[in-house]
Design a protein. Sequence first.
Lengths: 424, 353
Amino acid sequence: MFYKIRLTIAILIFITAILALLGIFYPLHLFDIQIAPLIQRVIIDFSVISAVALGILFLLTILFGRIYCSTLCPLGILQELIALFRGKGNEKTRKNLPVKYFITAITFGAMIGGSAVIIRYIEPYTYFGSAVTLSVIGIIAVVAIVVLSIFKNRYFCTNICPVGCLLGLLSKISLLKVYIKDDECLSCGMSERNCPSGCIEVNEAKVDNETCVKCFKCLNLCPKNAVTYGIKPKKEVKFSPKRRELITVGAALVIFAGAIKAGIEIGKTAAEKIKNIILPPGAINAKRMFNKCLNCNLCINACPNKILTKANKDFGAVHIDYTKGEKYCKYDCRECAKVCPSGAIKKISLDEKQKTRIAMAVINPDKCSKNGVCINVCPVHAITMEENQSAKIDASKCIGCGRCKTVCNSGAIEIFAINEQQRV
Amino acid sequence: MRLPMDGNKVDMVELEKMTEYAFSHGANYFDTAYMYVDGQSEIAIGKVLKKYDRSSFILADKSPIYKMSSQSDVRKIFDEQRKKCQVDYFDFYMCHNINVNSFEQYRNVKMVEELSKLKEEGLIKYFGFSFHGTPEILKEVVKDYKWDFAQLQVNYLDWDVVKAHEQYDIVQSLGIPVTVMEPLRGGGLVNLSEKALAKLKENYPNATPAEFGLRWAASQNNVVTVLSGMSNLKQMKENIAVFENFTPMTEQELKIADEMAKIIQSQGEINCTACKYCMEVCPKGINIPAIFSLYNQYKVTKSPFHLKIYYETLSDSEKANNCIKCGLCNKNCPQNLPIPDLLAQVQKEYEKA
């Protein structure tokens, strides 16, 4: 029952995610509640809504365990869907390796410090988004994760993913747990062999709720219904951490502190020298965009004019390419700002967007054919022309949308990148 | 260090005469650098000083950062310099020309760490740096390391123009002694404009511009020595005379110097008052007032060397060639300067210089 309900929701969410990334349908702003973007928004804007949403997600995890991984994370669901087409599983109980704690400490540390440049190369949501939008890194990562999952299902989720690791730690203390009723268990191994996370060990009737993603498959499979989801009856367990665990915790904390410091440093210096990149309105400047964009590419297909381009050799985050699509930024549109889950593109109002200069158009009077077509298309009425003179742009009004250039037939207009977006 | 020249070669005969004169009149500080006179300076000074007792003179040398790519290069070059100068140790040794760009390079080769070792080994008595940057960079420089001294460009014109007073205050507050370079601004304060000269003569008919400039620099507190490049014995005699009968400047004299600096500055070709309103709007972040100020100085001093050295202290994005001629600045300029055209003009002349 649990399994079927969850799987249905998961599949719906998965489909929504793909439709959203393709720019077709994005009703629930699903990605607004992805963990990494949420944390980032809390850091950037001290966004109360995001903090509340994050709190709810954490609370849900503390109540129910890592349901996020099995129900909301598109990359997690993708692995599950692939596994559906396989026969009976042959999973082995997996060791809980400490590497993921260090990965988590580094990636979230650096992000909290001020730069998402590390986390965006390992975050599941980014991987999924960039794969759907056909970015090379995303495709390679997702293919690798899926191939890995064929041999060891959800290996990425249990042993690498920083988001999974974070939620796993909360899951350790969750109210509801998957557990095995010792006296009813036949030790048939059905649940153990089919657990995608490799977290069940029937011989000892143990379930590792830290790596368990609460897919509830085991509940369905157990012939005696000995595997249960609920409040686990308490057994006297002494808190006696092993030495190795203490070392791991210590090392992770040290790494975390180091990563915060590194993040502050990167945040200050990264992309400082990049000057010739045009950014979507609300991104402010190259340095900020470079440090905050998670490269999920959600905005790329949301843009009706398709002028946004994914990270490339010019710039390691999303930016505008006026040679693409309709070649200009639509005046009464702020779709990219609306969908951006990470706060990299600020959620500015339409009014603000229309007063934000993202670039600067300049007319070369020697090339101007004086046909005046640019005058009529300029949304901010910045262009004027006097009899027999070349068209002139009032720089103080120009927002750099690039519309004028698209109609100029004499190549007289050039759109220049600016260092920082300005209010006109 | 300027040296007497005979064509492309150092005039050794004149140099020996000058050195002798210097020693006999109490001047014993010699300032050279790897790059001076295409590398001839160190060799010439080495030859000339060889016959004097090592403890009787103070030799200052400077490192060429552009020749160094790793920490081991520092010592390699240092040893080369000792050999060229024919000395076992340097009294003063400097990171040459620290500015926004070179500071990073100096950091990368761990210059100060290596110099500290050389100092421990007794191969350097004092280490410092010569500086051509902004007060902001200077703050970084003095924050990161413990320097024995700083060589600054101090003269009554640069007190304002390159914010020498701020630089001076920064090192002064840390008690770092100052050696002054360019007290006459490469001759710019010797060949004064008519108006500035008139101001001087009107108040002090007997003063010469050179004397006035040198005395001004030497009158600042905390100045260890004032360096002045001299190309012949005559200049040396004049300079030494200033210091033999040295009296610090009076309040009144300092005031006149200040007024002369204002006159020189106001005579620039571009009537920019550095209000920086243009920079508030420039979408490219071009440092327009700094560029104009450099250009104006260049027009007064006619020294392409100074134009270049200071133009290079601007970061790439602050330079004139970034101008897209959008004209946003024009609207904000209280002086109604045609800024984009002027920037293009400066850029053109800079490339020619």
